[in-house]
Design a protein around this ligand. Structure first.
Ligand SMILES: [Zn+2]
Ligand SMILES: [Zn+2]
Length: 350
């Protein structure tokens, strides 16, 4: 049943960040799609560590307040452009980036670098709401057998997939993944899918490392108990690639030292304004490549396809599912990290 406002207009619930540290569940008018947009009824929308930066005000260049949070989601199309009417009723995900399509970056196939870029959940209203609107051309229909809950994590899977590609992880590589949060645990799986020989995973939380082993990590390093570099040296581990997924500047500095000479360091974490202490000579003298990866660029079709093959398990990461109205509790659980990997808001279950 459609909720109505005082003058009969359709309304919806939305988790809105009005400014730093001001978050509320509001009643808002239901968005009306433009001719090139779809209206989506959101089913699931996950909490992400990047949301903390929007909530805390530490992403001033990206966040535009007031903003509806939520960029990891799945839903069902309610309204579609006339020439894409077959989308109505389909279970979908969609690329969150809205780019100009005309600048040199867009034309070079790197829309994630578009200077005119907007993104759902940051500068355009996102998915922690009953409904969202987004470009019809950005929509991906879910293949049979992919659940809406699994698909809610397509965006972070795409981030991991893009980072894996950017760092050119391939057949026979030995990879060290720093951080066993959602991106780290997805990167573990995309590296294995890409043909990595072994993936080692480091984190401070034993339960996350246990999950990493269940998902295929050859070895795990608990850095709350032992220092990473001596442990690698003791075991004779010299990774071809290190993927830094923790967002800790110290971990970034460690990645530079841990990778083998001639190796590659993929930077998938976000560090806000924090600085890292590195010795640039380590990069020059050891012939390293340090490679950034931002947004799931060109990775949506592959991410959805990987989900359908079952070679990547996103649902294994979901530790909590809470109804939308319990968003404050959801973020408290996600922030504490205690026993939580991915916290998903159930907006309107299928
Ligand atoms: Zn995210
Ligand atoms: Zn552009």
């Amino acid at each position: 049943m459609t909720a109505r406002g005082p003058s009969g207009e359709p309304v919806m619930r939305a988790v809105v960040v009005h400014g730093p540290h001001r978050m509320a569940l509001d009643e808002r008018p239901r968005p009306v799609p433009r001719p090139d947009q779809v209206l989506v009824q959101v089913r699931y929308s996950a909490c992400c560590a990047t949301d903390f930066d929007v909530i805390d005000g530490t992403m001033p260049d990206q966040a535009r307040y007031p903003i509806v949070l939520g960029h990891e989601w799945s839903g069902e199309v309610v309204e579609a452009p006339r020439d894409q009417a077959d989308l109505v009723g389909r279970a979908v995900v969609a690329d969150n980036l809205v780019t100009c399509g005309r600048c040199p970056a867009c034309l070079a196939g790197r829309p994630n670098l578009c200077p005119h870029m907007d993104e759902l959940g940051f500068s355009l209203d996102g998915a922690h709401a009953d409904y969202l609107v987004t470009l019809a051309r950005s929509v991906r229909v879910l293949p049979a057998g992919v659940s809406l809950q699994a698909a809610a994590l397509t965006e972070p899977l795409g981030v991991a997939l893009y980072g894996t590609r950017r760092a050119r992880v391939g057949l026979g590589d030995r990879v060290l993944v720093l951080g066993a949060g959602p991106i780290g645990l997805l990167a573990l799986q995309t590296c294995l899918a890409a043909g990595a020989r072994e993936v080692w995973q480091a984190d401070r939380k034993a339960e996350r490392l246990a999950l990493a082993r269940r998902l295929g990590a050859a070895a795990t390093l608990d850095i709350s108990r032992e220092e990473l570099l001596p442990a690698l040296a003791r075991d004779g581990l010299a990774p071809d690639v290190v993927l830094e997924c923790s967002g800790s500047p110290e971990a970034f500095a460690t990645a530079i030292k841990a990778v083998r000479p001639g190796g590659r360091v993929g930077v998938l974490g976000y560090y806000a304004d924090e600085l890292a202490q590195i010795r640039p000579s380590d990069i020059m003298m050891r012939d390293l490549e340090v490679i950034g990866a931002v947004c799931p660029t060109g990775a949506w079709d592959a991410a959805v396809g990987l989900l359908a093959t079952g070679r990547v398990d996103t649902e294994a990461l979901i530790t909590h599912v809470l109804p939308l109205e319990r968003f404050e509790e959801a973020y408290a659980v996600a922030r504490s990290g205690d026993g939580a990997v991915k916290v998903v808001l159930e907006v309107s279950p299928p």
